[in-house]
Design a protein around this ligand. Structure first.
Ligand code: PA5
Length: 364
């Protein structure tokens, strides 16, 4: 199955993504038209614009950046960018296909406002428009499912921040993450039996219940990613939340009658948060709901850097979502309902036509 290949090659994809991103040239000054000039200098804030599998790299970046990037960083899943975005904002427009209307709409808004725009895409309309306007772009290999291209949708973001002076000294962390992913791969591939394979075990545990995936402040993005992997690959509903916030709302949901709560299996993603208060919270929360959930499992990270820890957990759960698809007899790569909605909307909203006209007007 193709999907297994995508996930098996993940460490090599991260390496390739790094090389592709490093080849990107960001100009100091870009004259898009006689009226529109962009100066690429150290940004005051960062916006990652994208949807679904292309946006999630932004969430991972945001968690990773908590301790290392000194400017605000937001993920924007919308047709529009926030009102504060302007010439001092770095906007990275990410769309694997390059044809997602929300991303294209936000992209052209950012270009019109003179933001420092960089695109990450495998082609489509986004690549075409970037070429027309000379906007810097990291070109990705085609033929993948967007969510499986996470290496290409995350590492270029880090490299763009590096190129614009927002992070430095990260080579060791990137290389450690790739090394750890290689080790995880050797454990989670189909050839390894369930007794030694954490992803197979997780899929088996989740197979007869509704997954509830809880992260902490360094795995908010991984928890969201895990939920959406279960949705998109395994074709199942799932819930997600993160500590400490879930201690102020979700925990009350666990007071529901046990006949109801026993349908849910909780997966705690125990990432990198070594703070005493967070460890204690994770343990107390787990104990509080222990009798209410069908089961509780914990996934622990590998590696020493934050990135390795985040990505090791992500990889284990990603692959589990593929095994869960196999157990459910569904194709993990199919996106029938997403495609249907995209085409129904595209026919009626005409957003893409509007975006193309905007580009014509800018270049006129
Ligand atoms: O994983 C998926 O296939 C989806 O979530 C897509 O990423 C989403 O629909 C956006 O499409 P694209 O990534 O091509 O911009």
């Amino acid at each position: 199955m193709n999907s297994v290949k995508f996930w098996r090659d993940l460490p090599e994809q991260f390496e390739d993504a790094l090389q592709r991103a490093r080849r990107l040239e960001i100009p100091g000054r870009l004259q898009i038209s006689s009226r529109l000039v962009v100066n690429y200098a150290k940004p005051q804030e960062v916006l990652i614009v994208g949807m679904g599998g292309s946006a999630i790299g932004g969430d991972l970046l945001k968690d990773w950046a908590l301790g290392s990037v000194a400017v605000p960083l937001e993920v924007c899943r919308d047709y529009h960018i926030p009102i504060y975005a302007g010439s001092k904002s770095l906007v990275i427009a990410v769309s694997y296909s390059g044809d997602t209307e929300e991303t294209l709409s936000a992209f052209i808004e950012a270009v019109s406002r003179g933001c420092m725009v960089v695109a990450v895409t495998s082609g489509g309309i986004l690549a075409y428009l970037c070429r027309r306007m000379g906007i810097p772009m990291v070109e990705l290999p085609g033929g993948m499912v967007p969510r499986s291209a996470i290496a290409y949708l995350l590492f270029p973001l880090i490299v763009v921040l590096e190129k614009l002076g927002l992070v430095s000294g990260i080579e060791g962390e990137l290389q450690e993450a790739i090394e750890i992913l290689r080790r995880i791969r050797d454990e989670v591939v189909p050839e390894v039996p369930i007794t030694k394979n954490r992803s197979k075990r997780l899929a088996a545990v989740l197979s007869d219940s509704i997954p509830v995936i809880y992260g902490d402040r360094f795995s908010r993005g991984v928890a969201l990613r895990s939920r959406t992997q279960v949705n998109e690959n395994s074709k199942l509903l799932a819930l997600s939340g993160f500590l400490p916030e879930l201690d102020h709302n979700d925990v009350l949901g666990w007071e529901a009658p046990v006949e109801y709560t026993k349908r849910f299996t909780v997966v705690f993603l125990r990432t990198a948060d070594d703070a005493q208060e967070m460890k204690l919270r994770a343990e107390l929360t787990r104990d509080l709901i222990a009798d209410k959930a069908k089961r509780i499992v914990e996934v622990f990270p590998e590696g020493s850097s934050l990135l390795a820890k985040m990505l090791s957990i992500m990889y284990i759960v990603d692959v589990a979502s593929i095994y869960l698809a196999v157990l459910n007899g569904v194709d993990p790569t199919a996106t029938t309902s997403i495609n249907k909605l995209k085409s129904q909307l595209g026919d009626r909203t005409k957003v893409i036509d509007h975006v193309k006209k905007e580009v014509d007007a800018i270049l006129d």
